[in-house]
Write a protein that binds this ligand. Structure first.
Ligand code: SAH
Ligand code: SF4
Ligand code: F3S
Length: 486
């Protein structure tokens, strides 16, 4: 799935995904100990940190936003590109001196880097006490308690069943308006460049009734937007036979039905018309017309699809093992336009300089961008990851300077299209959901339209979580500006 940026209005930029967030929630429910978590990588990882906080809370920890006060420090890490791992290693070095001052604290590395490097992390990073992979978080309390007694520990077991469906996440970095709900874990697509199948394991879908209940609870506590998260949401599939019967809500009469992603979207959309529903990430090979028609049927399903193309050239797509080609992708986009119209936002991920990519093939990516007119994209140059199919089969033969130049061309082209697409909105009247004050000024508020674009409006008599109608009066390539309609 896409790595989601804390503030999408800073997009697009080359390495925008290398973002992080830390615990912002200072809880004091009288628990004996304090936990500080810092998260890197994609939104699924951030969402996992909220599950981790919940598990730790049940075991005597309140969260803190200050690592100086923490008894336990967790870094929930990402392995997607080399740079992501370097960032974490630097951070661990910074934590060295804290540990020197407070020898009693426990430092844990969680997430994808933990999964990829396993025991090696304990050898390489001497100050790390526990290493725990994405499917082993239920084991954290016992590993931490062993570490407190001086025994370092590793659990990187990958599960075929774990979905943490029964764990109610502690919302850590929330604006109180929008929240993320994990609907599945792992990935069964073997894109040749990608480390995720190795760090997250096999794909499995979470019980749909637990997802709907989580959405309901969020709505009842004031949230107005949920984003359903998975690496490939279109392959969501849940049936009582295939999935863990023990977690099934026995009161449901329709539990015998197979639930696909379109069905799940509908279930969540029906929670309340005032609850916006988003999802990420869609895979071009799997997105169905049924999903598009379900989006059309419900006003509260946002008209926005993140549909990463990676490359506009069919030979490169085949080497990437994406299992679709340029024409297939363009047909899917045409279908989105046919069913949902021009106003539906479409964004992408792009990789510049994949193994053996020629200048002409790079031009195909630029020309595909011209055909689709993406609203925005997350753009990267190829970073070889140990253990992936591409690392085993192909030479990483494009010089870094060429990768970077191609990436700059892709970014420049995207900026043009983002501005073009935003200009199309100027003059239109749109409903936005207010998220909070704008970063620029306390006199301005920030909201989002259905197509996921940030809209800045002058402050008025409203609060976060309110829906307001605005007329779009101006734009930049990253942001829309609007005025309130009475
Ligand atoms: N499941 C999502 C992708 C998750 S990773 C999907 O299939 O679209 C987010 C993005 O990181 C990918 O879409 C890809 O553009 C980028 N990425 C993944 N591995 C990479 C690598 N080795 N080098 C550069 N970018 C990479
Ligand atoms: Fe990685 Fe491909 Fe799975 Fe996305 S779909 S997580 S890019 S293997
Ligand atoms: Fe996400 Fe990074 Fe892991 S993108 S799935 S945290 S490798």
């Amino acid at each position: 799935m896409q790595n989601i940026i804390k503030d999408i209005d800073i997009l697009p930029s080359g390495e925008a995904q290398a973002c992080d967030f830390k615990t912002t929630k200072d809880e004091s429910t009288g628990k004996a100990k304090k936990l500080y978590i810092e998260s890197y990588g994609c939104q699924m990882n951030f969402s996992d940190s909220e599950i981790v906080a919940s598990i730790m809370k049940k075991n005597g920890f309140d969260t803190t936003s200050s690592y100086e006060q923490a008894d336990v420090i967790f870094l929930n890490t990402c392995s997607i590109r080399e740079k992501a791992e370097q960032t974490v290693r630097k951070r661990l070095q910074q934590f060295n001196h804290i540990k020197a001052q407070h020898p009693g604290i426990t430092i844990g590395v969680l997430g994808c880097m933990a999964e990829r490097l396993k025991e090696k992390l304990l050898e390489e990073e001497k100050l790390v006490d526990v290493v725990v992979g994405p499917d082993a978080y239920r084991d954290l309390p016992s590993l931490v308690s062993a570490a407190e007694d001086g025994t370092k520990g590793v659990n990187t077991f990958l599960s075929r069943e774990e979905t943490y469906a029964d764990i109610s996440p502690v919302r850590l970095n929330s604006n109180g308006v929008s929240a993320f709900i994990s609907i599945m874990r792992g990935c069964d697509n073997m894109c040749s460049f990608c480390v995720v199948p190795f760090t997250r394991g096999r794909e499995r879908s979470r019980d749909p009734y637990s997802i709907r209940d989580e959405a309901k609870e969020l709505f009842e506590s004031g949230y107005r937007e949920v984003t359903l998260l998975g690496q490939n949401v279109d392959s969501y599939k849940w049936s009582p036979e295939e999935n863990n019967k023990a977690r099934l809500n026995k009161k449901e009469s329709v539990t015998e039905k197979i639930v696909n992603f379109a069905n799940l979207l509908e279930m969540v959309a029906q929670v309340n018309p005032a609850l916006r529903v988003r999802f990420s990430t869609s895979h071009p090979k799997d997105i169905t017309d049924e999903v598009l028609y379900t989006m059309k049927k419900y006003d509260n399903i946002c008209k926005y699809i993140h549909l990463p193309v990676q490359s506009g050239n069919s030979r490169i797509l085949s080497l990437m093992n994406r299992t679709y080609d340029r024409d297939w992708y363009l047909e899917r986009v045409q279908k989105i336009r046919e069913i949902l119209g021009d106003e539906c936002g479409i964004s992408s991920d792009m990789i510049a300089g994949f193994c053996t990519e020629t200048e002409e093939e790079h031009q195909d990516t630029l020309s595909l961008m011209d055909l689709v007119e993406f609203d925005f994209s997350y753009m990267f140059y190829y970073s070889e990851r140990p253990g992936t199919l591409a690392a085993k089969k192909f030479e990483d033969d494009i010089p870094l300077s060429v990768k970077k130049r191609r990436l700059q061309e892709i970014i420049a082209r995207q900026n043009q299209w983002s501005l073009f697409r935003n200009r199309k909105d100027v003059g239109k009247v749109q409903e936005i959901l207010i998220e909070g004050t704008s970063k620029r000024s306390k006199d301005e508020w920030k909201g989002r339209n259905s197509a996921n674009k940030v809209v800045i409006v002058p402050s008025g008599n409203f609060k976060p979580g309110d829906y307001v109608w605005v007329k779009i009066t101006d734009c930049s390539s990253a942001t829309l500006f609007g005025e309130l309609i009475a």
